[in-house]
Design a protein around this ligand. Structure first.
Ligand SMILES: Cc1cc2nc3c(=O)[nH]c(=O)nc-3n(C[C@H](O)[C@H](O)[C@H](O)COP(=O)(O)OP(=O)(O)OC[C@H]3O[C@@H](n4cnc5c(N)ncnc54)[C@H](O)[C@@H]3O)c2cc1C
Length: 444
């Protein structure tokens, strides 16, 4: 059972590559597609190059949660903007992307867990969010249970969901309708520089002259930057997911408990997985960035499956210097499509059935995995790169970039056209890693 993602196949696919564009976007995930969408809507000539398929990687493989709740407080202004943009996008697209404000609930199985959630409420109050604690009775009502199994829940009614595999290709199609050139199967190999600033990109299908480049390469951004001589501390972890066929409605809210989380799907099934149950392949990058990631590793040690295997050798033998007229690693792996961890998913299914009796006897019909790109402080990089004028980066969303993605694209479009971003991007600056100004908020 592996994921078959709906290819976007926008109309521009395989058409001639433009020789010049105001902005080139590298990567057709949510961040890249949203950047192209907002630039095209503003009338700015933009070309998006995607090495594989639009939303072939993380952006179609995620859970589809769009939440303010539980976020690192530094992300709150951007996610508040993102929810507004999601609402607008859902209304503007002529396709149903499964957008629904059904709320998000984090269930507490103990008083201690509930207290941990309660500690997040001051952040909600600072931004006048509708986040609140549910009592055990209210939690039962939300879940259609009556056993008072849970000590309560953290709940945000205005949080939402959408169908990742539909939403991102639809956004790319809308960008194309507004004039963006979208090219799938078109890896960007390197940048062209002139007079010390970005003057274009070299793709596998030829060069494109441009004034600005937005790198939204997800799990590949660090490799692209390393090739340019810039070190981004970014590691990739594998997360496994499964979906069921249609089952009776439990709740419209996306629901997370420690051992199992689920989200109602547009097709009447549930996407079911467990937060934090990830596999991490030890790689040379992990060794290089060990100190930076140590706090995160310490916190999640019990949940992470650590492996030393082929990935180490693969990365070790992947050169970061390549010629622009030769195939690059981006062309050798068009779509990152790792195998899901069936043992973890079997356990998640058992736990889900114990926690939510309505799921007893329900079987998964599809399983898949996605590679999540993570930074040491688990917030993204959004902004310019010192020393490479004209290059902007939107990456490192650390497992929660689907929700915030439209805002990332909106902000990148503002930066790429010389406008002031409507959200303070200081916490997301690239330079924080060199300045060793990296603070990590413990995950809820
Ligand atoms: C299992 C799982 C569950 C998740 N659940 C949620 C959730 O519920 N809510 C949430 O908000 N987030 C969630 N996330 C995280 C979210 O999916 C990601 O943060 C987000 O999709 C990242 O988007 P992106 O555009 O940065 O990267 P991606 O979607 O990975 O897209 C990057 C694209 O760039 C392309 N690319 C890279 N290099 C090049 C190159 N040189 N040339 C051309 N193309 C290139 C790649 O092929 C890829 O398609 C989850 C992630 C996973 C894996």
């Amino acid at each position: 059972m592996r994921l078959r993602t709906a290819a976007a196949t926008p109309s521009e696919q395989m058409s001639a590559l433009p020789r010049a564009s105001e902005v080139v976007v590298i990567g057709g995930g949510i961040a890249g597609a949203a950047t192209a969408y907002y630039l095209a809507k503003a009338g700015v000539p933009v070309t998006l190059c995607e090495k594989g398929r639009i939303a072939g990687e993380q952006s179609s493989r995620n859970w589809g949660w769009i939440r303010k709740q539980g976020r690192d407080p530094r992300e709150l202004p951007a996610i508040i903007l993102a929810l507004r943009l999601w609402e607008e996008i859902a209304g503007a697209l002529d396709e149903d992307i499964g957008w629904h404000r059904g709320g998000v609930a984090y269930l507490a199985e103990s008083a201690a867990e509930l207290a941990r959630y309660e500690a997040w409420l001051p952040h909600a109050r600072a931004y006048q969010l509708d986040t609140r604690l549910l009592s055990p009775t209210e939690t039962d009502a939300l879940l259609g249970q009556d056993g008072r199994r849970f000590a309560g829940a953290l709940f945000t009614a205005s949080d939402a969901r959408a169908e990742p595999a539909r939403a991102v290709p639809a956004l790319a199609r809308a960008a194309a309708q507004s004039g963006a050139a979208i090219h799938e199967g078109c890896a960007v190999r390197t940048l062209e520089m002139q007079a010390g600033r970005v003057a274009g990109v070299v793709t596998e299908r030829g060069p494109i002259a441009c004034r600005a480049v937005v790198l939204a390469g997800g799990a590949w951004s660090a490799l692209f930057l390393r090739h340019l001589g810039v070190e981004l501390p970014q590691l990739n972890v594998k997360a496994s997911v499964q979906r069921t066929g249609p089952v009776p409605l439990i709740t419209q809210s996306a629901v997370g408990a420690t051992r199992a989380a689920f989200r109602r799907r547009q097709d009447g099934g549930y996407t079911i997985a467990r937060s934090g149950a990830v596999t991490f392949d030890l790689t040379p990058a992990a060794v290089r960035h060990f100190r930076a990631f140590l706090p995160a590793l310490r916190e999640k040690w019990g949940e992470i499956k650590l492996r030393l295997g082929r990935a180490f050798v693969d990365e070790l033998t992947t050169s970061v210097s390549w010629a622009p007229d030769r195939p690059t690693p981006f062309e050798r792996t068009r779509v990152l499509d790792s195998s899901p961890d069936h043992a973890v998913l079997d356990q998640v299914m058992r736990d889900a059935a114990n926690l939510f009796p309505q799921l007893r006897g329900v079987r998964p019909v599809e399983r898949w995995a996605g590679m999540i790109d993570v930074t040491p402080d688990e917030i993204p990089v959004l902004g310019p790169v010192d020393g490479i004028p004209g290059l902007l980066v939107a990456t490192g969303f650390s497992g929660h970039g689907f929700g915030i993605g439209p805002a990332a694209g909106y902000l990148m479009a503002q930066l790429a056209t010389g406008r002031a971003p409507s959200v303070d991007l200081h916490p997301f600056r690239f330079a924080r890693f060199q300045q060793r100004d990296v603070t990590r908020y413990p995950e809820l």
